[in-house]
Ligand binder design. Structure first.
Ligand code: COA
Length: 407
């Protein structure tokens, strides 16, 4: 069977953040609710010179540079987002132009809430596995702005960022066998954004129920698929990365997974198993969500980047379970097999370094930025030069004749 997967991965987060300490004070909420109850400490804030297009291009640019990939080698580019900028023209088209991706490339946008990125990845792995051209590459990008509006329970779970992955044969970072998966989908109204709405409608507690049900069903489907014949799925994995709209969702998910896997054990034994496995298998993947918040489609893959950067050579040759959930809802449990010698690539992730370059902004500044509309943005290209840095290569300058402008 052809070995296909991800040769390298990159992540991009915008240059501003707000602390949960400042948000808690402004909202009159005990900060422990955010720090202990949700597990979040900072959220990435996207300035008005950025959007889902620039974040996608900024993530993918890093990836093309560090892998030395000629943009013309990309034969498929899928951008998944629930923060699209147009009902018809895909974010992928803007990104194609900014990155210089060639014309002999299939490009499109995928939407299925936070699950869309996984759909793009699975489809791209299958495409590369079936192509006649050995050297064909696909670019998979997840880009989103989690924006719930002011003074509601979703506000402390906001964030923004993008993840990009290069898919090819004989991948250097991890393989993905798309036949070894578990899937689940069902129409529910847990989180949705009807046409014309700037922010989503959220039934937050119900969305957690839907998420846990989806985890249960897709884990069961994966077990059947792997023909485990009564063996425990958790014992075949070294790590698990969950979709994380907020940090403690990973805790809730893992507790549920352990309860399902050790059904016959008593409560004390299950709690012991939960504590041991959470620390070893899940905790190393959590630093990104604590610092950035929710990035919707890229969230579970930001968890993977965090895991890789925390564990480094420890992850070489290991099996990572990925649980991807998107409201609405759809879910998939898949397995990534990390390659031996992955550490060299992990050294190039520089996620912590990128987080450290961000600037803290005040609650007033955050309120100002998130009250603006894209139509309010008017920069001359020469003005945006100082918004650029090592990671921010592309910026949004405004809308002219209904066309978004970037430099
Ligand atoms: N100190 C410590 N912990 C506190 C606290 C305090 N002062 N006050 C509350 N908490 C805890 C609660 O006990 C709860 O923990 P638990 O879930 O382990 O019981 C947690 O903080 C959150 O409190 P809760 O009252 O449930 O918050 P909320 O009603 O404001 O909503 C969400 C929380 C996650 C539902 C909300 O942020 C949301 O809708 N998010 C967007 C949707 C989402 O992320 N869905 C997830 C699945 S996709």
């Amino acid at each position: 069977m052809t070995d296909v997967g991800v040769t390298d991965i990159s992540i991009y987060v915008p240059s501003y953040y707000l602390t949960h300490q400042d948000l808690a004070e402004a909202r009159g909420v005990p900060v422990d609710k955010f720090h202990i109850g949700l597990g979040n400490f900072k959220m990435s804030i996207i300035p008005n010179w950025e959007d889902s297009v620039t974040m996608a291009a900024n993530a993918a640019y890093q990836l093309l540079m560090k892998t030395g990939t000629d943009p013309k080698e990309i034969r498929q580019m899928v951008v998944s987002t629930e923060s699209g900028v147009d009902y018809s023209k895909p974010v992928a088209s803007y990104v194609q132009e900014l990155l210089g991706i060639g014309i002999r490339c299939r490009i499109y946008e995928v939407k299925h809430a936070c699950y869309g990125g996984t759909a793009g990845l699975i489809n791209s792995v299958d495409r590369i596995a079936r192509t006649n051209r050995e050297s064909e590459k696909a670019l998979v990008i997840m880009t989103d702005i989690a924006h719930y509006g002011f003074e509601n329970s979703g506000e402390p779970t906001q964030g923004a960022g993008a993840v990009a992955m290069l898919v090819e044969r004989n991948p250097k970072l991890f393989s993905v066998d798309t036949t070894q998966n578990g899937v689940y989908s069902k129409s529910v109204f847990d989180f949705w954004r009807p046409s014309g709405h700037v922010v989503p409608i959220v039934d937050g507690h119900y969305s957690i129920e839907c998420y846990l049900k989806a985890l249960e069903e897709s884990a069961m489907d994966l077990k059947e698929n792997l023909q485990l014949n009564g063996r425990r799925l958790i014992e075949t994995l070294d790590y698990v990365v969950y979709h994380m709209p907020f940090c403690n969702m990973a805790k809730k998910a893992h507790r549920h997974f352990v309860q399902l896997e050790y059904k016959d054990a008593d409560n004390a034994e299950r709690e012991k198993r939960f504590k041991e496995t959470f620390e070893k298998m899940v905790e190393p993947g959590l630093f990104g969500v604590r610092e950035v918040g929710n990035i919707y489609t890229g969230s579970v893959y930001m968890g993977l980047v965090s895991l890789l950067e925390s564990e480094r050579e420890e992850v070489e040759g290991k099996k990572v379970g990925i649980f991807s959930y998107g409201s609405g809802c759809g879910a998939e449990f898949l397995i990534c097999n990390i390659k031996e010698n992955a550490q060299k690539l992990i050294d190039g992730l520089n996620f912590k370094k990128q987080l450290d370059r961000r600037k803290k902004i005040s609650i007033e500044h955050y309120t100002h930025i998130y009250s603006q509309k894209p139509q309010d943005v008017r920069y001359f290209p020469q003005e945006v030069r100082h918004f650029k840095d090592e990671y921010t290569q592309f910026v949004f300058t405004g809308i002219k004749d209904h066309k978004r402008q970037y430099v």
